[in-house]
Design a protein around this ligand. Structure first.
Ligand SMILES: NC(=O)c1ccc[n+]([C@@H]2O[C@H](COP(=O)([O-])OP(=O)(O)OC[C@H]3O[C@@H](n4cnc5c(N)ncnc54)[C@H](OP(=O)(O)O)[C@@H]3O)[C@@H](O)[C@H]2O)c1
Length: 302
């Protein structure tokens, strides 16, 4: 293995951290991005997924591609145009890379590790979700199905494929936790909907460690839930954040219909329930650094 990785979405929340981890482990890192990069330790190559344009030098010497790119699902209302962008930024993008691999048969790429999300399962109440559980039927489930299907097209190229169905990534600097913590800091936090919906969370360090694990272990193929082994309910998560920030939680729950009025279909992101199992990845020997929410939040807010 030449330790040369191409990241799509390398400038995002997960991509930036993964880039730093890979560089610290001696990897050479390329990014495929819509804009010129600012990290002097990374070689940035440009692409325009809609126009089907890609700098073909991006794969030179690369053995593994990590596919993180995708329009952020929480950025703006899900209009038909936005929905198309959310899907195609994940599917057409990997398709463009596969087209390049076909056009350059002398390439050295052996593996593709792609993000997916636990949204794959839809709204599943208290069911414990394993990688063989059926997919859901809502918009996010449909996004994940199409995303994974597009990645699976790489099997005809003889590539090792792994798809990591990521839960809610806990990161102090952005993403879902920052959104939950903001009202809590002002004493205005409260559980959402019934508060009983399951949140399959994972600490940001375990996310990047699991990507590294999938890169370095060739027996990691297929689908894996990328979630900590102890999911919590929305109420438990909000309470734990308030406790860690030493703030009271006194407001009543925000009713689901109010969220649906305010957010439309996007309300499903916070109201739907996914209790995903971490057993499959643990059975391969992967060890979580932050298996419990208390440990994860203590590290984040220390
Ligand atoms: N963070 C989470 O809690 C979470 C949970 C489940 C799944 N995931 C998935 O994991 C992946 C990485 O997550 P993240 O939180 O790091 O995402 P992020 O911060 O939103 O970054 C995603 C990256 O994708 C690229 N991108 C955005 N819109 C694009 C478009 N229209 N066409 C092509 N590229 C586009 C951007 O890179 P450039 O600007 O450099 O082009 C961006 O930096 C995403 O696919 C996400 O859906 C994340």
């Amino acid at each position: 293995m030449s330790k040369h990785i191409l990241l799509t979405g390398g400038t995002g929340l997960i991509g930036r951290k993964l880039t730093d981890l890979l560089i610290s482990k001696g990897y050479q890192v390329n990014h495929l991005s819509r804009k010129q990069g600012t990290n002097p330790e990374v070689s940035t190559f440009l692409w325009d997924v809609n126009k089907g344009q890609i700098d073909e030098r991006c794969i030179d010497g690369v053995d593994t591609i990590v596919h993180l790119a995708g329009a952020n699902v929480a950025d703006g209302r899900w209009t038909d145009k936005r929905k198309k962008e959310i899907i195609e930024s994940r599917t057409k993008s990997i398709g463009l890379i596969y087209k390049l691999l076909k056009a350059k048969p002398q390439h050295t790429v052996k593996s593709v590790i792609s993000a997916s999300a636990v949204g794959y399962y839809g709204d599943r109440g208290d069911n414990l979700l394993t990688e063989t559980s059926a997919p859901g039927t809502d918009f996010l489930a449909n996004v994940c199905l199409q995303w994974e299907h597009a990645v699976d097209a790489g099997s005809s190229l003889g590539l090792r494929l792994a798809k990591l169905r990521t839960g809610v990534v806990l990161d102090a600097k952005g993403g879902a936790l920052a959104a939950i913590a903001k009202p809590v800091k002002f004493g205005l936090g409260s559980p959402l909907g019934t508060g009983k919906q399951w949140v399959s969370w994972i600490h940001e360090d375990d996310v990047t460690e699991m990507y590294l694990y999938a890169i370095e272990n060739e027996r990691i193929t297929g689908d894996y839930n990328m979630v900590a082994p102890n999911p919590v309910t929305n109420r438990q998560l909000t309470k734990a954040v308030a406790k860690e920030l030493h703030r009271p939680l006194w407001l009543p729950r925000v009713p689901g219909f109010a969220l649906e009025l305010a957010l439309g279909e996007m309300a499903s992101m916070v109201l739907s329930s996914q209790k995903a199992s971490a057993q499959k990845i643990e059975d391969t020997g992967f060890k979580f650094k932050y298996p419990t929410l208390t440990w994860a939040l203590k590290e984040i807010y220390r």
